[in-house]
Design a protein around this ligand. Structure first.
Ligand SMILES: [Zn+2]
Length: 522
């Protein structure tokens, strides 16, 4: 179990639900089965209560290690593979299918099966758009619907709001559903007013009532750290970030009111949109004349994208299989070692060989415990003793750290800062200039994730001038991998080839990458 279970932040979810039950498509991830703890494979399914036409289907899962979702239609042989996933940030991934997957009519009995690195999980049969899935434990078949929060609400939502919200949404633009989704997926490409120094992507969704709105702001070379909506001549409302979006309930802003979106990024740069009409203009443009670049001497957006290859848990194949490929491409990885494993399994030699070949020596603790369950004294032992051992036996400075399972809290972070210069999490997404080096995002290169998918992520890093950190574990010479902790050597080489061929992308160690994005607060 190498992946931290991601649990939906109930407080945030509640905010959206209070604003409006069918607040948006993406935030409906919050209506998934959040409190499931008994299934080792549990992905936590949820279906959106809103925004589904008869030909359109969308599901969310809350475990970012889930790599595919299949939909079975009862009494048919039909199995729909949901091919597209959308990284919502903070470890949440949404899977959805488009019109080509349909039609699946409202009320049709369907069942979901997810595949993750831990195996598969299946829901009960439930009525599409009018019922809620309950995850069934794949191991024992016992239901774990215990604290599920979706069922009643979704039923209510569907009964009442489908009539109103969906009626509106469907009437205005069922095709707009896809248009909106595609626009969001495309990131900053559609923004005519963007500059090369900072190009936030602004979008107002179609899924807003006259008293509610949702905005999307996606980074381009930098990460917005605050976004607000100004009513011209009136109040300015701060928006909150969650699930990859900046949103807020704007109960008192009338449709058609003149508004301006403002944003500030981690480097201190600011940007704003031209004045637009709230809920009337759906995709405001950046006002090119109102962009203020960072004035900081150290906090400028990265000139190029970066990639780091990181490898966890001290598998000897990192030296025997991965290192020769990296040598061929002249690339260096960061190796997060478990020092007890080096000692116990006699794997010290491969760790030393990697260090001698120029790969960075990083720590992944002594024992690979979940650090949030340790006393502070034991945290310090895991942090300090592993570092001391690595410096003495493998290499220095050993100042990059990764938490086991990506599990951490504020206390763990405080202790990490006493010993290390950076901390890699398993929260998905790019890092940018000014991002916290103690909560670095990384993306798992699991056996079931294709090189093509990962390659697209590398191209995004170059395009948005962000820093992509990939996390590998063990390697195999087999032609395919049936284990998410195993990556095939051939696929690994495909990724390195992609990195080499991606213009504007540098491969760096985590130590060097952290130095590159570290800057004094503007
Ligand atoms: Zn690990």
């Amino acid at each position: 179990m190498f992946i931290k279970r991601i649990t939906i932040a109930a407080v945030v979810v509640a905010t959206f639900i209070l604003v409006v039950a069918c607040s948006s498509r993406t935030e409906d991830t919050g209506q998934s089965v959040a409190a499931v703890t008994t299934c080792p494979n549990d992905p936590g399914f949820g279906t959106s209560g809103c925004y589904q036409g008869d030909w359109w289907i969308e599901f969310s899962v809350t475990d970012h290690s889930v790599t595919s979702i299949k939909v079975e239609v009862q009494n048919t042989t039909r199995v729909v593979d949901l091919p597209d996933s959308w990284d919502l940030g903070d470890g949440h991934v949404k899977f959805y299918g488009g019109p080509n997957d349909g039609p699946v009519s409202s009320g049709t009995m369907i069942r979901l099966t997810s595949t993750s690195k831990n195996g598969t999980a299946t829901t009960n049969w439930f009525a599409y758009m009018t019922g809620s899935p309950v995850v069934t434990c794949g191991d024992g078949g016992s239901s774990d619907s215990g604290a599920m929060d979706a069922g009643v609400k979704d039923a209510t939502v569907d009964a009442t709001v489908d009539v109103t919200v969906d009626a509106t949404a469907d009437a205005t633009a069922d095709s707009g559903v896809e248009a909106g989704k595609d626009a969001a997926k495309e990131g900053g490409t559609s923004d005519g007013g963007a500059t090369t120094s900072w190009s936030p992507y602004w979008q107002q969704t179609q899924y807003a009532g006259s008293w509610w709105a949702e905005f999307t702001v996606q980074g381009g070379g930098s990460l917005p750290v605050s976004v607000s909506l100004e009513v011209v001549g009136g109040t300015t409302y701060p928006l909150a970030y969650s699930y990859g979006k900046w949103t807020s309930g704007l109960n008192y802003v009338a449709s058609g009111a003149n508004v301006i979106l403002h944003a500030k990024d981690a480097t201190g740069a600011t940007a704003q949109t031209a004045t637009f009409q709230y809920l009337v203009n759906q995709a405001p443009l950046t006002d090119a004349s109102k962009i203020t670049p960072s004035t900081s001497s150290t906090c400028q957006p990265l000139a190029r994208g970066m990639l780091s290859l990181t490898m966890d848990d001290s598998y000897p194949s990192q030296w025997t299989l991965a290192a020769p490929v990296m040598a061929k491409y002249g690339m260096k990885a960061t190796i997060y070692n478990i020092t007890h494993t080096l000692y116990d399994y006699g794997w010290l030699g491969s760790a030393q060989s990697l260090a001698n070949a120029g790969h960075e020596v990083g720590s992944h603790t002594v024992d690979h415990f979940d650090m949030t369950g340790l006393t502070v004294a034991n945290m310090d032992y895991e942090l300090g003793t592993s570092q001391t051992y690595l410096k003495a036996n493998v290499g220095s400075p050993a100042d990059s750290f990764a938490t086991p399972m990506g599990s951490y809290n504020a206390t763990v972070l405080t202790e990490i800062k006493k010993y290390y210069a950076s901390h890699r999490t398993v929260n998905a997404g790019l890092n940018y200039m000014g991002s916290s080096v103690y909560e670095l995002n990384s993306d798992g290169a699991y056996g079931s994730i294709t090189p093509a998918t990962i390659c697209a992520g590398l191209q995004d890093a170059a395009k948005y001038r962000g820093w992509r950190i990939l996390m590998f574990h063990d390697f195999t010479t087999a032609s395919t991998s049936n284990n998410d902790l195993l990556y095939t050597v051939a696929d690994f080489e495909s990724i390195l080839k992609c990195a080499q061929q991606t213009a504007g992308l540098d491969v760096v160690t985590v130590h060097d990458g952290a130095n590159a994005i570290r800057c004094a607060s503007p």
